[in-house]
Design a protein. Structure first.
Length: 192
């Protein structure tokens, strides 16, 4: 039964990582980011104690709140730099590459489990894809948070140190604050 919930969380992460890439409304994007952190929370529970996994969940929600506070009075639609069909095609290519890598890495880290490996590879791949397709500070911040979350999830079976988790939490909050600052600077120059 526990394995079933891990697969459900991995499928939620696959869907949310692609939805973050395709989304045009910043409100929906932040909601999807929060759902992504919730699904990752359930995968962290298989390797970490409840308190460490909950800290990662709260960190993600705080990062979404920081970005949301910056964009509060802005229009819902974000400028798009490429078509959704092209992005969907690239997301499918990255998903295929993640599945191929899953087969290779599963022999190295079999104790981690296929759902965790699939979710982490999808987060890393889709986050890097988002980073490569935009110059918008909001989208770049989402890509960085997604990529970092994937690396954090991939390393969770190897190391459950509280210090490493705290440092990665600080990096996630720092990314959100830096992205918020850069976004506010861009919004300020656009209004002048």
């Amino acid at each position: 039964m526990l394995e079933f919930f891990r697969w459900v969380a991995a499928l939620v992460i696959v869907v949310t990582s692609i939805a973050l890439l395709l989304g045009r409304d910043w409100r929906w994007s932040l909601g999807i980011l929060a759902a992504q952190y919730l699904a990752v929370f359930f995968l962290f529970l298989s390797n970490w104690p409840l308190t460490m996994a909950a800290a990662k969940l709260v960190t993600g929600w705080m990062a979404a709140a920081i970005l949301g506070m910056t964009l509060t009075n802005q229009p819902a639609e974000l400028p798009d730099q490429s078509s959704r069909v092209f992005k969907l095609f690239l997301a499918a290519v990255v998903a295929g590459a993640a599945i191929q890598m899953l087969l290779l890495i599963n022999s190295w880290m079999s104790e981690a489990g296929s759902p965790l490996l699939l979710a982490s590879l999808m987060l890393i791949g889709q986050g890097l894809l988002q980073l490569g397709m935009t110059t918008n500070p909001f989208r770049v911040t989402l890509g960085l948070l997604t990529t970092l979350l994937g690396f954090d999830l991939l390393s969770s079976p190897l190391d459950n140190s509280i210090l490493v988790a705290a440092l990665l939490t600080a990096v996630s909050l720092g990314l959100a604050l830096t992205g918020s600052y850069l976004l506010s600077l861009r919004l300020k120059t656009e209004t002048e």
